[in-house]
Every structure is written in C-alpha cells, then in structure tokens.
Design a binder for this molecule. Structure first.
Ligand code: HSE
Length: 441
C-alpha cells in the first residue's frame, strides 16, 4: 500500500520561508528517502498573494489567511515563519490547541510566550519544534535537548547574532562604517525585519532566553536579562582592544552559580582575548560554547543567519515532526520549564573591565581623581594608557582617550565609582565601558 503523504502548511514566504519551500521542493527525493515518510506542501500563507516572488510556486497553494492552515483538517504539521509576536502567537497557539505540531524559528515569540506555549504543548501532547530559533544552521537546540542530556550545564557563552557579528567584523577587518556594514547585512538577508533588534542586542537576548530555558528548565521574564547592543562600539575601542590583546564581540553569557543556585544572564559587547576561539568567529558566523559537568567544553560553530542555513534547521525540525507524527511513541516528550532558578542581580556579576574616558588635554589631576574613586570602591587597576583622541589629532588636540583596564570587580561597585568620576567633571559624560571575558570559570 502506498503511504499517504504528510501534509505541510507553511506560514511565511520571506527569506527563510522561501529557503524552506525551495529546499523541500529541490531535495524532496533525498528527504523522503532519509525520513522514509512522503510529504507534500498543502498550503502556504503569505501576507500578499499577488506579490511577485523569486520562488516558483503554484498560486493555487497560496492564501493570505493563516487560519486556513489551522482549519484545514488535512494539514498535519504547521511551519510558522511569519515572525513577530502578534499573528505568530495566534497561529502557534491555535495550531497547538487544534492538535497540529508546530515548527517555528521565531525567537521573539518563544522568548516572550515560550512558557505559555510549552505549557500548552505539554497539556495537549502536541510538540513544538524550534531549532531555527537559535544559531541559524547550528544544531544547538537538538544538542542541548538530546546529545548533552546527561550534563549539568555550567555555562553557555557565545556569539548568537549574525548581523551584529557581521557589522563588528566588517568594522574591524575592513574598516567599514557601521552604517555600510548594516546595509550589507540587510541586503544579504541576515538582519531582522526590524534591524534595531540586531543592533540593540535584543535578538541575541531572545536567543539567550531560549538557551537558558532549555539548559536550566527555568522560565525567565525578558526583563531579567541585562542587554546592551553594539551601537556604541567605535573604531577607537577596537584600536585599544587590539593594543591590549583583545577583540570586541557581542557576547551572550549564561552562567550557573552553584553556591547560590542563581543564573548570570547577560548580553553585551565584550573584550574577548584574541587567542580565544570566539575571537576568530567572523562575519555572519555564530559560535556557542557549552560547558557541561560531564562533557566538559564544547563549541558549536556555523552560519548564524541567512536563507539556507536557517532553512536547514527548519527542515531538520520538519523531518522530526513528521517522524513523531508517524511514530508518536518515539517522541521524547521533552518539557522545558520544569523548575525555577533565581536570576543573579547584574550589580553582583563580576568581570574585569575596560573603561575609556574622554579627557580634556592639559587637565591636571585626572588620573589621580579616577584612581582615588576606583580605590574607594576597592577596584584595582591593571593598566592604563592614553592617546590623543583620533578626531582631534589634526586639530587642536583638545581631548585625550584615557583607558583603564581593571581587575575583576562587581558591576555594582564599578557603576558607583563611574558615577562619582563623571560627577567630578574631570571627564566627559558616558565613558565607554566593556566587560573583559576571561572564560576562566
Ligand atoms: N537577525 C538574526 C541574526 C537572524 O542576524 O542573527 C537569525 O536569527
């Protein structure tokens, strides 16, 4: 007897949706041979059915109403690639409620509504797959869920936004301006529909919340994560970073503190030693270092954004969903959100720091004022350096960059010391502050 093909409903035909549709079509034979399950795309929901598309698709498949996918009793699996959190939330929750497994790459949706959607998925016994929500083509979700299952995860650190890494690498290696690099990332299909999420760190934060939720089984409100973006990274900071033996990367750090059973959770541009693997992750590439008590150190590397890498992750999930649908007994029944951990206050997190002050040249006593304020908060200085600020070199040379490398201290003490220093009026407001990641613990 010939097996009836499983019917797929695809919502969204943007960059990733197009990659998924093309690959399902192009590699149909290979996928069916490997999955041993026949499939067909039954409907594709798009915003505008009239739009001219780069993909060759039968117009009869198109609808502008995603509800048709949920209501169609013949559709077995829904693939949500419409993005955003409004329609996507309605689509995913109504599909799960209707008993249809969902594959999604929507990190913003899971960061905001993951707790609720996974509860619904567990209640209904209907799986929700989300490999493409994190790290583009890197199979990090499956790895955490399955391959690393025996580990207590000690830490996860990495680069998980392709667009910001592309921008930082282009500024550092090619001397490109921030704006030009962003335009190129948009043209290559790496950036979000709203690229401010890539720049301000929130896309990485959404992914960090998903990884933390998976690794620690805890729900985390997005407001609990400390997030800084790459907006204020300048060529001057790259120059000093190089002098000191570092580069600058937008890093996600998730660390479990065993003594307090609390999670440290933050996203910020950080100094990374140039000898570390993460310092050599450039362009759209992502890398995620996972440290487990049994496995030790691992590092996952690959393209973190773009049409085909992300489509690869989505299709991996589609095949899983098809297998689980055909053989439900084999579903692992993985349920995140099984316990609640405290989130460490940002003030208590401890790292070494780089701080760059802009100081009027010929002003005396500035170093002494800064050093005294730092000492008052028990912060010790590991090195200082100073140069004329680059914009002033040709002109009057009215400002100097004064850089301090600081030994490990809490963010709370440094914040208090910086407040005093800025109030003393000897430096310009808003010094550049970067954490230095040592990856030692
Ligand atoms: N805008 C995202 C990035 C897409 O650049 O990483 C992949 O999640």
């Amino acid at each position: 007897m010939i097996e009836k093909p499983l019917q797929l409903g695809l919502a969204g035909l943007g960059t990733v949706g197009t990659g998924v549709y093309e690959t399902l079509f192009r590699n149909h034979e290979l996928l069916e041979a490997r999955a041993k399950i026949p499939y067909a795309v039954k409907k594709v929901a798009v915003r505008d059915v009239e739009r001219v598309r780069e993909v060759d698709i039968d117009p009869a498949l198109l609808t502008n109403d995603w509800r048709e996918l949920v209501d169609d009793s013949e559709i077995d699996i829904i693939i949500e690639l419409i993005g955003g959190t409004t329609d996507a939330y309605q689509l995913v929750s109504s599909a799960l409620a209707a008993g249809k497994p969902v594959v999604t790459g929507n990190k913003a949706l899971l960061a905001e509504y993951g707790s609720e959607l996974f509860r619904l998925s567990a209640e209904k016994g209907v799986p929700l797959y989300f490999e493409a929500s994190c790290g583009g083509g890197i199979p990090i979700i499956q790895s955490l869920q399955n391959s690393l299952i025996c580990n207590n995860v000690e830490s996860i650190a990495g680069i998980i936004n392709g667009t910001s890494n592309y921008i930082l690498s282009s500024m550092e290696k090619k001397g490109m301006s921030f704006e030009e690099a962003l335009e190129r990332a948009k043209a290559k299909g790496f950036a979000e529909a709203d690229p401010s999420l890539d720049i301000n760190g929130w896309d990485a934060a959404h992914k960090a919340l998903i990884l933390a939720m998976l690794a620690y089984g805890t729900p985390i409100a997005p407001s609990r994560i400390s997030v800084y973006g790459i907006e204020r990274v300048t060529p001057t900071d790259f120059r000093f970073a190089h002098q000191l033996g570092y580069t600058i990367k937008l890093l996600v750090v998730i660390k479990h503190h065993e003594d307090t059973d609390a999670l440290e959770l933050r996203v910020q541009p950080s100094f990374v030693p140039r000898s570390h693997l993460l310092a050599n992750v450039n362009g759209v590439f992502n890398a995620i270092a996972v440290k487990g008590d049994i496995v030790g150190e691992t590092i996952f590397y690959g393209r973190g954004a773009g049409k085909n890498p992300t489509a690869s992750a989505v299709i991996g999930d589609i095949v899983l969903a098809m297998r689980d649908r055909r053989h439900p007994d084999f579903h692992t029944g993985f349920h995140p959100y099984t316990k609640t951990l405290e989130i460490m206050p940002q003030e208590d997190t401890v790292t070494p720091y780089y701080v760059r002050f802009l100081v009027p040249s010929r002003r005396s006593g500035v170093i002494a004022t800064i050093a005294t304020a730092l000492a008052r908060h028990n912060i010790s200085i590991s090195s200082t350096s100073s140069t004329a600020h680059e914009e002033d070199e040709a002109a009057e040379n009215t400002h100097n960059d004064l850089v301090f490398s600081l030994h490990a201290c809490s963010w709370g003490s440094l914040k208090a010391a910086l407040k005093e220093i800025v109030q003393s009026d000897c430096v310009a407001p808003h010094p550049a502050v970067f954490r230095i990641e040592t990856f030692n613990s």
